[in-house]
Design a protein around this ligand. Structure first.
Ligand code: OMP
Length: 271
């Protein structure tokens, strides 16, 4: 099974393009969860069980675990998803990027230590820094292309030979990096115009699109610009907008309602 096959299964499982971001911050948890041992895993578990029915993917963000020495709970979280929701994709969002010999260690960390299905990577160092990830044929390599933040333009919009850096990244993804059909691109939901340009360059590459919810991206604009010809091809991420929709005892129920609402909203614009 190639990574794209796995992704297709995940999209079809719940008829959903929604990726739920797992970005734990203990101070934002409900008080009764904060008191628990292993509270990050306990929080995640309830969010995962509440939202899985409306998702194709979960995306734990690495710094949110590493900053507080909770890599063990990251590992537990990924293992929990894989055991209970084996058709869904786990994206480890660690935005790795280094020279080949170190990149090899990062790839091993992502795919063997954590058993993630896919990992986010930074293409700044070029192809030989991506190869160690790409060589894991059944795993996804999700390359930053045009990010969601305000300063994305500082480097990504610089032009060389008449093309922006983010257009060059998309072109390389199509022509040189996708030899195992396992490349995806990250494009922020906050930049639908750029999303549309990149869809033209890379009509068949799946996109991870963060920036819905807390960052204010527009769902309709994202779908209009980003869907592929099968009305699919997107993993639309929301983290804080779902997991911190309530910090009361009802947090999991409210997260479920938010995930359901977003999944349905996305599907409404696919038709
Ligand atoms: P919310 O803004 O809370 O939905 O979180 C967005 C998540 O997506 C965070 O984990 C970010 O680190 C991540 N992200 C972006 O927000 N913008 C990007 O351009 C890329 C990512 C990412 O690679 O996931």
């Amino acid at each position: 099974m190639t990574f794209y096959d796995k992704l297709n299964t995940a999209w079809q499982k719940n008829n959903s393009l929604l990726c739920v971001g797992l970005d734990p911050e203990v101070s934002k948890f409900p008080k009764h969860i904060q008191k628990l041992d292993n509270c990050i895993f306990e929080f995640n578990k309830q969010i995962i069980d509440a939202t899985a029915e409306f998702a194709c993917s979960f995306k734990p963000q690495f710094a949110h675990y590493a900053a507080v020495g909770a890599e063990d709970q990251l590992q537990q979280t990924i293992a929990y998803i894989k055991k209970n929701y084996p058709d869904l994709i786990v994206i480890l969002d660690s935005k790795r990027g280094d020279i080949g010999s170190t990149a090899k260690m990062y790839a091993q960390e992502s795919f063997e230590r954590y058993s993630a299905d896919a990992v986010t990577v930074n293409p700044y160092l070029g192809k030989d820094s991506l190869d160690p990830f790409l060589e894991y044929k059944d795993k996804g390599t999700i390359v930053l292309c045009r990010t969601s933040n305000a300063s994305a333009k500082d480097f990504q919009d610089i032009k060389a030979d008449g093309k922006t850096v983010y257009e060059k990244v998309a072109e390389e993804a199509v022509s040189s990096w996708n030899y195992n059909q396992n490349v995806l691109l990250v494009i922020g939901a906050t930049y639908p115009e750029e999303l549309g340009k990149i869809r033209k360059i890379a009509p068949q590459i799946p996109f991870l699109v963060p920036g819905i919810g807390a960052q204010g991206g527009d769902v309709q604009a994202v779908l209009k610009a980003g869907l592929d010809t099968n009305k699919c091809g997107l993993l639309i991420n929301s983290s804080r907008g779902i997991i911190y929709a309530s910090n009361g005892e009802d947090f999991a129920d409210v997260a479920r309602s938010e995930a359901k609402k977003l999944c349905e909203q996305i599907n409404q614009f696919r038709n």
